[in-house]
Structure formats: C-alpha cells, structure tokens
Design a protein around this ligand. Structure first.
Ligand code: ATP
Ligand code: MG
Length: 210
C-alpha cells in the first residue's frame, strides 16, 4: 500500500509521517517512509540544487529535476519496498509537482500530467493526505526549524517565491483533492500535532480495514 502526504511547507508532513509509521508498526505492519525528492544519491544531489537559493533555475528545469529525482526514488526505493509487501508512506510525491509547478508556477498542466504518466506510471498512492494550512502559519513554523540551506532565517529558494505563490499552491492542492475525492483526504491543520493526528488516524484505519 502506498500513502502520500502533501501540503505546504511547515504543514506537518514530516511530523505526521513519523506518527503514521509508528501507528502502522503498532498495528504489526511493515512500514517505510521516504521523502521526495531525496534518499537516493542522485535524489539528494538534485534536492540540493533545487533548494539552493544560488541555483537560478527556470520553471521547466525545476520541473524536470523533480521528475528525475522522483524516477530514481520510485525505482530504487518505492517499488522494491512495495514488492516486499511494506506500507510506504511518502513525504511529498507527484501532487507536489502538480501543485507547485502546475498551479503555482503556471506550467501547462498537460505537460505536468504527461510527465507524471511517464515517471510515476502505475505507482500511484491509494491514499493521499493533504494537510491544509494557512501559508503564513506554515512558513512561520518552517522558519523556526533548522534548514541546511538557509542562513539567518533566509528562506530557501522555493519558499522565497512568496506568499501569493503559496496561496496558489494551496488552492491547487484543494483542486487536486476535489478532482480525486476517492484518493485524497484534506486534513485541516488546526490544533497541535496530537489533534492533527487524531484526524489522520481514523482515515488510516478505515483504509487499512477495507
Ligand atoms: N499541529 C502542529 N502545531 C504546531 N506545530 C507543529 C504542528 N505540526 C508540526 N509542528 C511543528 O512545525 C514545524 C514544521 O513541521 P514539519 O517539519 O513536520 O512540517 P513539514 O510539512 O514537513 O515542513 P517542510 O515542508 O518544510 O519539510 C516543526 O517544528 C514541527 O514540530
Ligand atoms: Mg518536512
């Protein structure tokens, strides 16, 4: 089973990923978490380029770099884990590209979806949790966190694109959820980590009991 976690920076994806992995293990399931982009050596190198404020990447370059990193993650990590029967929980996946590069940057959606078709193919999540947070609240939370590419509170390259951009991304996520209600569940990020997980847990157990 493949589950993806989506939402703006600081919405709590990484925090809830840990909670979900613990919960699955308590239920006796073998579970694995990955972060997209990342994990593979190529993915980590690309992630650094993508997040560095010094990379003056155009929108298309950004789109293709994410696609390359994701392809490696799928081949090297996601498909092997699924083949071993593990539940895979992803911190971001291709909906991030649709939301940020498609809705946020305005890249032609036909191209975005064509790339997903080639890169992701049938490796699609059965469940996607979209953590819906106000962009200013999310940014406030990530600013407080250690970011390897940020100095003196400087935001990384993508965060530096500004609040209007993040508002479009948020609306994009909600549009994805509306278009695929079977797969996507919107989780309002209100209250502390425990309160957010209390909304996640019944969604998970319903899917697992199916
Ligand atoms: N519900 C919550 N209420 C308050 N703080 C929270 C909540 N969830 C997470 N946090 C804190 O907010 C910060 C950001 O959370 P987290 O790193 O999980 O977000 P993220 O979505 O993974 O962000 P990024 O996209 O930047 O990786 C962390 O310091 C975390 O401890
Ligand atoms: Mg995170």
């Amino acid at each position: 089973m493949l589950i993806s976690l989506e939402g703006l920076e600081g919405c709590g994806k990484s925090t809830q990923q840990k909670r979900i992995l613990d919960y699955l293990e308590r239920r006796g399931m073998a579970a694995r978490g990955f972060v997209d982009p990342g994990r593979t050596p190529l993915g980590e190198a690309i992630r650094e380029i993508l997040l560095s404020p010094e990379s003056s990447l155009g929108d298309l370059s950004e789109l293709f770099l994410f696609a390359v990193a994701r392809r490696q993650l799928i081949r090297e990590c996601i498909r092997p884990a699924l083949a071993r029967g593990e539940v895979v929980v992803l911190d971001r996946y291709y909906d991030s590209t649709t939301a940020y590069q498609g809705f946020g940057r305005g890249i032609d959606m036909t191209l975005v979806e064509e790339i997903h078709r080639e890169v992701v193919g049938p490796t699609r999540p059965e469940l996607t949790l979209i953590f819906d947070v106000d962009p200013e609240v999310g940014l406030g939370r990530t600013r407080g966190k250690h970011k390897p590419n940020a100095t003196n509170g400087q935001l990384d390259r993508i965060e530096a694109s500004g609040l209007d951009f993040l508002r479009r991304v948020r609306e994009g996520y909600l549009a994805i959820a509306a278009a695929e209600p079977e797969r996507c569940v919107v989780i309002p990020v209100v209250g502390d980590e425990d309160e957010v997980f209390a909304r996640v847990q019944p969604v998970l157990s319903r899917r697992l009991d199916k």
